[in-house]
Design a protein around this ligand. Structure first.
Ligand code: B12
Length: 234
């Protein structure tokens, strides 16, 4: 595949061919090619969100399937993640440039024991683009990190991400600690990550589970609006 690839000129491909080529390039961890592909699609007038979902997230879905099936291993997936981040870096300012009015604020982080951050970063980007101020705590966060950030920034929303079935229960540890400290109702708690579902979100006491970044934005807007209405009528 790499020999053929030397001869492929990305700019000569149709949109459809280019997206498929980008899926291959993401699979092969080719960061520069991904960056070039993103720029070409943007020059062709694609909306940043479309580039993100169709070219990048679409490619990562294929990587995820082959990782699950034991065809790809951690080193290859790390390269793919690095290539994806290269593309996301170009899209980030464009997604944030919507001029949306300030909607509220969010503290977000991946839970303890978990180093997956692509989905969390995407949610951060999309939330910023929708007018939310976002404090990103990064990966592998123990409960103390969340508590300190909540006290410091007093956000409307707490967002937690987990990609492993072994780390997702930690979200409950954070929520239970908030309950113990009488702070649970001060925040809208949104959770997400591939192994989660709505039932899990309810079971751990989150306000909502969001399956992707677009749903996260819509859900956040709805809850913040509700919170402000409640405050106004109180
Ligand atoms: C990339 C990847 C990695 C990379 C991570 C690089 C990085 N910087 O993130 C590396 C190689 C490091 C890695 C390591 C491991 N991984 Co991994 N990884 C993946 C992979 C292929 C893609 C994840 C991803 O980025 N998806 C793309 C993003 C856009 O999607 P997303 O994360 O789901 O996020 C979206 C939504 O979920 C939601 N969302 C996410 N977070 C949040 C938060 C909030 C608040 C909200 C509202 C919404 C939201 O919105 C996002 C955007 O739309 C998945 C496969 C999969 N199907 O998910 C496996 C996967 C998650 N990994 C897996 C495993 C097993 C591991 C390892 C244990 C492997 C190993 N043997 O070492 C380690 C664990 C390391 C650790 N301690 O965390 C398993 C988990 C299985 C399980 N059920 O627990 C998966 C499912 C692969 C598989 N099928 O086997 N991994």
């Amino acid at each position: 595949m790499s020999e053929d690839q030397d001869e492929i000129i990305l700019a000569d491909l149709s949109d459809e061919e280019l997206v498929e080529q980008m899926w291959d390039d993401l699979y092969d961890g080719l960061k520069e090619e991904i960056e070039e592909g993103v720029n070409i699609l943007l020059e062709r007038g694609w909306a940043p969100y479309r580039v993100l979902t169709e070219a990048l997230v679409g490619g990562m879905t294929i990587v995820g399937k082959d990782f699950r099936d034991g065809i790809l291993f951690v080193p290859e997936v790390l390269l793919a993640a690095n290539a994806m981040k290269g593309g996301m870096f170009i899209l980030k300012p464009l997604l944030a440039e919507t001029g949306a009015p300030r909607m509220g604020s969010m503290v977000i982080g991946t839970v303890k024991g978990d180093i997956h951050d692509i989905g969390k970063n995407l949610v951060s980007m999309m939330m910023e683009g929708a007018g939310f101020e976002v404090v990103d705590l990064g990966i592998n966060n123990p409960v103390e990190n969340y508590l300190a950030a909540l006290d410091e920034h007093k956000p409307d929303i707490l967002g937690m991400s987990a990609l492993l079935t072994t780390t997702m229960p930690y979200m409950k540890v954070v929520i239970d600690t908030l309950v113990e400290q009488g702070k649970r109702d001060d925040y809208i708690v949104l959770v997400g990550g591939a192994p989660l579902n709505e039932e899990f979100g309810k079971a751990i006491g989150a306000d909502a589970y969001c399956r992707d970044a677009a749903v996260a934005v819509e859900t956040a807007k709805e809850y913040v609006k509700r919170k402000h209405n409640q405050a106004a009528t109180a």
